[in-house]
Design a protein around this ligand. Sequence first.
Ligand code: SF4
Length: 86
Amino acid sequence: MSCPYLGECKSPKEFATGPIYRRRYCSQTPQSCARFQLAQYWPLEEIPLWMRPTMMAHAELLLRNRERGVVEIPAQMPARIPLSTV
Ligand code: SF4
């Protein structure tokens, strides 16, 4: 199954890593892509480019924070994403 976001997502268009992402995620297993998981809850244009398909741990933290009401995705890649205690 190809990813439904393939046409609008920026990661598969990146110069060096884009072809790798397309092969590994976009054209085969989008469900295992961090950006795909976040796109189930945020508009794709709100998911910054620093969020790579490989960053599932970051995505899981953002999703857990979202369940606690923290819906903002940092514009810059943080050293770590603190788990919300709200
Ligand atoms: S990088 Fe992820 S969200 Fe973007 S098109 Fe590929 S599989 Fe879909």
